[in-house]
Design a protein around this ligand. Structure first.
Ligand SMILES: Nc1ncnc2c1ncn2[C@@H]1O[C@H](COP(=O)(O)OP(=O)(O)OP(=O)(O)O)[C@@H](O)[C@H]1O
Ligand SMILES: [Mg+2]
Length: 262
């Protein structure tokens, strides 16, 4: 077990409380144990990936972390605070954001309007007063700053449906950043992308604020190996192995589950 202590220029810092900690998380759907005793710890700036075959329980784990599903047993701690029974929106307010395996953008709105809505936590409707929203300086400035930070300002007036698929997946992450998260959970950000678009996604992820913790589910191993410092392998809901990318790559057990010879 590693200790809690991270040395920083010879000094320990107050940021040592884990951003996210999972303790013995279990989830059953009737007779199916989708998550078994998952324990994980994520510190500020950590880049961790969860990999595993289809149906291993990766998305279920995200649904437990974000409060979409109630846990069967175990605990979720955010900044040391037990949030296991908190609804999703309270977890978001404390600094957790996630993106979904399936896209959730508004295709007929511009990039900027998607960001403005995300900042306000709104969905589009005929009752949203666009002029009011976009002239609301604080919100507008924040959207502008966010788009600038992630290199999207040049496309702010483009309707989302006219962006490439790769750009749309990046924009979803930008919307996740609208709530100023300290930890970002990404469920297969490279799903359905061409290899060129996956490379761009990797570059995009690597340019995000280094203080932001990222927990990434991904099947594209090039993305995983470039982005993650540590990988956990999930198999039948259980963490089979956790380690540095090189160790996971060499692991016989991991090779076996991917080759289906177990
Ligand atoms: N709401 C639910 N009700 C019943 N069973 C569920 C539910 N959600 C997930 N499961 C089951 O839990 C198991 C894990 O599913 P999950 O979606 O977490 O896998 P995954 O690792 O994300 O797979 P993939 O790589 O295909 O996205 C599967 O057997 C799935 O059928
Ligand atoms: Mg999934």
């Amino acid at each position: 077990m590693s200790t809690d202590t991270q040395m920083n220029g010879g000094q320990t810092t107050a940021s040592e409380v884990a951003v996210l900690e999972l303790k013995g998380l279990c989830k059953s759907f009737g007779g199916l144990q989708a998550t078994r005793d998952v324990t994980l710890r994520i510190m500020a700036g950590d880049r961790k990936a969860i990999i595993g075959p289809n149906g291993a329980g990766k998305t279920t784990l995200f649904n437990l972390i974000t409060g979409i599903y109630p846990v069967t047993s175990g605990q979720v701690l955010l900044f040391g605070q037990d949030v296991t029974s908190w609804p999703s929106h309270r977890r978001t307010a404390l600094g957790m954001a996630r993106t979904f395996q399936v896209t959730s953008l508004f295709p007929r709105l511009t990039v900027l309007n998607n960001v403005l809505l995300a900042i306000k936590g709104l969905r589009p409707s005929k009752f949203v007063m666009w002029r009011f929203l976009s002239s609301y300086k604080e919100v507008y400035d924040k959207a502008h700053h966010l788009l600038e930070q992630v290199g999207f300002l040049d496309r702010k007036d483009t309707e989302v449906r006219n962006l490439s698929h790769g750009e749309q997946r990046q924009l979803e992450i930008v919307l996740g950043l609208a709530s100023d998260p300290k930890i970002l959970l990404l469920d297969e950000p490279a799903a359905g992308l061409s290899s060129g678009e996956s490379t761009e996604m990797t570059e995009f992820l690597m340019k995000l604020d280094p203080k932001l913790a990222i927990l990434l589910i991904e099947h594209d191993m090039d993305v995983v190996f470039d982005v993650a410092d540590e990988i956990s392998v999930l198999h039948f809901g259980e963490v089979l192995e956790t380690g540095a990318p090189e160790a996971i790559k060499k692991s016989k057990r991991v090779q076996e589950i991917y080759l289906g010879t177990d």
